[in-house]
Every structure is written in C-alpha cells, then in structure tokens.
Design a protein around this ligand. Structure first.
Ligand code: GTP
Length: 199
C-alpha cells in the first residue's frame, strides 16, 4: 500500500505526472472532484481533454466524497483487482466544500469568533469536519492512492477574504495529507521533484 501526493501550480504537469504514476496499474478509479458547470465552456473543454487522454479501462468516479472511496476497498467495483485510486484534485475539492458549506461571507472578526448563533461559524465547523474526515480516511486507507493538489500561496496575498481563507485551508490540508503519504512529489514546469520518499 502506497500513498502519494503530487503537488504543483497551474499547468505544472502535476495531473500528467500523477497519471503516469498509475499508468501501469491493471485498474484505476479516477476520482474527479470538480463539479461541472455546463455554462463554463472553457472548463468543460478542459475536462473533455482530460477524459480523452485517460486509458479506456480507467473508471471515472465523479464525486466529492473522497473519504468514502478511500474507506471502501473494491466495494465500488466488485472486481477481483483492487483499483488504484487517483484523486484529482484536492484544491478543487476544497473550493467545492467551501461552496457546499456556505462559506462565502466575510466574518465580522475572524480572529475573535462571535456567538455560536452567528451564521459564519456553523459553515466553518462543517468544513472543518469534512476536512478532518478526509484526512482521517487518508491516514487509515488500505487502498493505493495518488492525490493531486495545487500548491498555492507563493504569489501575492489574495485581496479578498475568501481567497485568503481558501489559500490557508489548502495549505493546511496539503500539509496534513503530505504527513500521511509515503511519497510527496512537487511538479514545476513539467518537472517532478521528490520531496519525500518513505516507501
Ligand atoms: N468532473 C470532472 N472533472 C474532471 C474530469 N477529468 C478531469 N477533471 C478535472 O480537471 C481538473 C484538472 O484539469 P486542469 O486544470 O487541466 O489541470 P491543471 O492542474 O491546471 O494542469 P496540470 O498541472 O498540468 O495538471 C481537475 O480538477 C479534475 O477534477 C472528469 O472526467 N470529470
């Protein structure tokens, strides 16, 4: 059993590298965490290109429920061969969770939580629970898995509160997932660099 995290910026080659890592596997469950907005033609086209380059025997699971996939060996497939899981990607997953948890309002004072009745606190707690659930599943999974995630936060500090919140949450999630993974790779300009190899 081997867990790998592949990090990188936009168009860094991280998805391609992750796909190469599992290319030899007899079965692959590709977990697409992005919700498709049919009105966003550019995103739809990106996804179509991804789908076209994937080998025909890979199965695509369109789901944000990463924890269930990691906790369910073979149950989804019923196949004799345990599929390797490829999760693409944690950055998009966090964005989707922020939407689903209703995190879009700037709190009055992020440093000083207001009363539990304040609407902003419940969404944050919900998001935290989902993040903790995924991290626990990563730590406990028996499946071979490759995670793709975005490395953000090396540019300017985002002007908007939600951008800074996203950046911080993803940085923390990447750190926690990296700690649980046997291997961590960072891609830049199409070049993968091994940051950790405890396999
Ligand atoms: N819903 C859905 N999303 C998909 C599918 N295939 C790929 N994606 C998404 O496509 C996104 C990655 O696409 P890109 O933006 O082209 O990759 P990138 O990370 O910018 O580029 P690289 O760093 O070079 O990999 C991920 O969020 C995937 O979840 C699919 O079949 N369905």
């Amino acid at each position: 059993m081997m867990r790998t995290l592949v990090l990188g910026g936009a168009r860094s080659g991280k998805s391609t590298h992750a796909e190469q890592l599992v290319m030899g596997a007899a079965a692959v469950d590709y977990v697409a965490t992005s919700a498709v907005n049919p009105d966003d033609a550019e995103w739809v086209e990106r996804i179509a290109l991804h789908q076209a380059r994937r080998p025909g025997h890979w199965r695509t699971l369109e789901t944000a429920d990463i924890a269930s996939v990691l906790r369910t060996p073979s149950a989804l497939s019923g196949e004799a061969v345990e599929p390797v899981v490829l999760v693409d990607c944690l950055g998009v997953w966090i964005t989707r969770m922020m939407d689903e948890c209703g995190i879009w309002e700037e709190p009055n004072s992020p440093a000083e939580p207001t009363s539990p009745a304040e609407p902003v606190e419940a969404p944050r707690a919900r998001l935290q629970r989902r993040i903790d659930e995924v991290v626990a599943a990563v730590e406990q999974t028996r499946r071979e898995v490759v995670f793709v995630s975005n490395e953000v936060g090396q540019g300017v500090v985002p002007a908007h509160w939600s951008g800074r919140f996203f950046r911080d949450q993803l940085g923390i999630l990447n750190t926690r997932v990296a700690a649980a993974c046997e291997r961590v790779v960072f891609c830049t300009a199409g070049i993968p660099m091994t940051l950790k190899d405890a396999s």
